[in-house]
Design a protein around this ligand. Structure first.
Ligand SMILES: O=c1[nH]c(=O)n([C@H]2C[C@H](O)[C@@H](COP(=O)(O)O)O2)cc1CO
Length: 140
């Protein structure tokens, strides 16, 4: 199973360690196409590789088309993550959105109000792991 993981980059990086833990868990169930989202130096790495914003967009859209399923950590509001979710939903790709309710920002109605996004509210990764794994199993 190919998994698209989405998480904030330019929206803010304070959850980057959580993204790494989530990707480790997801890797037990399939191939994560977007491991770079958990790279602490993602933007520096992309710049060193000579990637323009257009290159990043094209590469991510190619991975998005390849994905069987998607998991998005939506606690930090991110334009890119919201855009990716919209494109995934339009393609009919199952999307799970992970949101921590104690966050500074209320989750957008465009995500929580969307039946096509399976929103899981949680406090810590161990507490949501079983539900996340059930989401993955149900779309295998
Ligand atoms: O450098 C990048 N590389 C990249 O893959 N993305 C994609 C993957 C993330 O799920 C999402 C983050 O969007 P944003 O940067 O607007 O928070 O966009 C976004 C950026 C920067 O916008």
């Amino acid at each position: 199973m190919k998994i698209y993981f989405a998480g904030s980059i330019r929206g803010g990086r304070s959850d980057v360690d959580l993204y790494a833990d989530l990707i480790d868990l997801l890797e037990e169930h399939g191939t994560v196409l977007t491991e770079h989202v958990a790279d602490e130096d993602v933007e520096e790495s992309e710049a060193e590789a000579g990637l323009t914003d257009a290159d990043i967009y094209e590469q991510d859209m190619a991975w998005l088309r390849e994905a069987d399923v998607a998991v998005a950590e939506v606690t930090i509001p991110s334009l890119g993550v919201g855009y990716e979710i919209g494109r995934l939903v339009a393609r009919g790709t199952p999307v799970c959105g992970l949101y921590r309710p104690d966050a500074d920002h209320e989750l957008s109605a465009m995500i929580r109000g969307n039946d096509a996004v399976d929103v899981l509210e949680y406090e810590s990764l161990p507490g949501v792991a079983a539900q996340l794994e059930e989401f993955l199993r149900s779309h295998r």
